[in-house]
Design a protein around this ligand. Structure first.
Ligand code: A3P
Length: 330
């Protein structure tokens, strides 16, 4: 069965169309598909942000490992730190479209700006650097599904993975069309100021990837890592999934600080969701499993077929999917 064939008929979900519910979680601002939670003026100012000399951006489609990369970059920039300082981190790592351009203009430096823009919408300068992290579409879809489960309003937590997959294949999710995004950056990977990495490579060859990232940031960072062998181990440990899960578990991740939004800018809907969760950051699935291959626990063989057809159609016949040739995908 091809899931995409049934998409002209809106799915029913607890008496409401799933599309209508999902539409509450993303929106279009100046042609950019983004989270409903981000104030329009922040998104607009983010799109218009003019990169400063030596700005560093960490870019991805949602749920591809952006936060992990932020932690790693923080560890490289501040080699003396033995843990992520969550009072300092948000001020050095602003989320551009969530917080708006002012957050980037006023950020502590050195730092890195997070965003989810496809290349053609990215504030771009030859004097800035861009690290793009891609993740295979199967695991990305699963990870995004869990965030939607958490974020869906009014406790509608029981919608199925299959229903979500249909929307994902249509690009009707926060982040928009997966391949439009990933391809846009893949095509630019040869630029001197773009580093294209994958979540899977970062997972498998963490040390090597951290060295590549450090070299990309500047020889002073790479030199330090090469000189101090223990440093690499410290960064790997500090940014490991078990460690960041433990940090979240201790409630040290200041979600409000991370967002840094004044109350009037905070969508009521988001407050309500968080109130329901009692602001308990352990329930926020930012650091859910952190593995490669969780797709196996979610995709039926029919759904794998749908994905394969979609990939054949959308990946552009390019070699993009080859970046995952060593990853066990259907
Ligand atoms: P899962 O939901 O599959 O666990 P983003 O930061 O772009 O939103 O990506 C979130 C995904 O990255 C989540 O995937 C999360 O668990 C994973 N992740 C976050 N920190 C990680 C780490 N230190 N190591 C491995 N994966 C990590």
């Amino acid at each position: 069965m091809l899931l995409v064939q049934s998409l002209n008929t809106p799915l029913r979900f607890q008496g409401t169309t799933l599309a209508a519910i999902m539409a509450k979680l993303h929106k279009d601002v100046e042609g950019l598909v983004t989270s409903l939670y981000f104030p329009d003026d922040h998104v607009r100012s983010a799109l218009a942000y003019e990169p400063q000399m030596n700005d560093l951006f960490i870019v991805s489609y949602p749920k591809c490992g952006n936060t992990w990369l932020q932690f790693i970059v923080y560890g490289i920039l501040f080699p003396e730190s033995s843990s992520i300082d969550m009072k300092d981190f948000p001020l050095r790592m602003p989320f551009l479209e969530m917080l708006g351009a002012d957050a980037a203009l006023n950020m502590r430096r050195p730092g890195a700006i997070k965003d989810h823009f496809p290349f053609h919408r990215q504030p771009y300068s030859n004097h800035a650097k861009y690290i793009y992290i891609a993740r295979n579409p199967y695991d990305c879809c699963v990870s995004l599904y869990y965030i939607y489960k958490w974020l869906l309003p009014d406790g509608k937590h029981d919608f199925t993975f299959g229903s979500f997959l249909e929307m994902f294949l249509l690009g009707e999710v926060d982040g928009g069309d997966y391949f439009c995004h990933v391809r846009s950056w893949y095509k630019e990977r040869g630029r001197h100021n773009v580093l294209f990495i994958t979540y899977e490579d970062l997972k498998k060859n963490t040390g090597n990837c951290i060295l590549r990232i450090a070299e990309f940031l500047g020889c002073e960072y790479a030199g330090r890592l090469k000189e101090d062998k223990a440093l690499l181990g410290r960064i790997i440990e500090m940014t490991s999934i078990s460690n960041v899960q433990a940090v979240f578990g201790k409630g040290l991740f200041p979600v409000q600080t991370y967002l840094n939004l004044p109350p009037e800018k905070f969508p009521e809907h988001m407050y309500r969701t968080w109130e329901r969760q009692n602001y308990n950051p352990t329930k926020l699935s930012f650091f859910r499993k952190g593995v490669v291959g969780d797709w196996r626990n979610h995709f039926s063989s029919d759904q794998c077929n749908s994905m394969r057809n979609w990939i054949a159609k959308k990946s552009g016949g390019e070699e993009l999917m080859l970046v995952w040739k060593d990853v066990d995908l259907p």
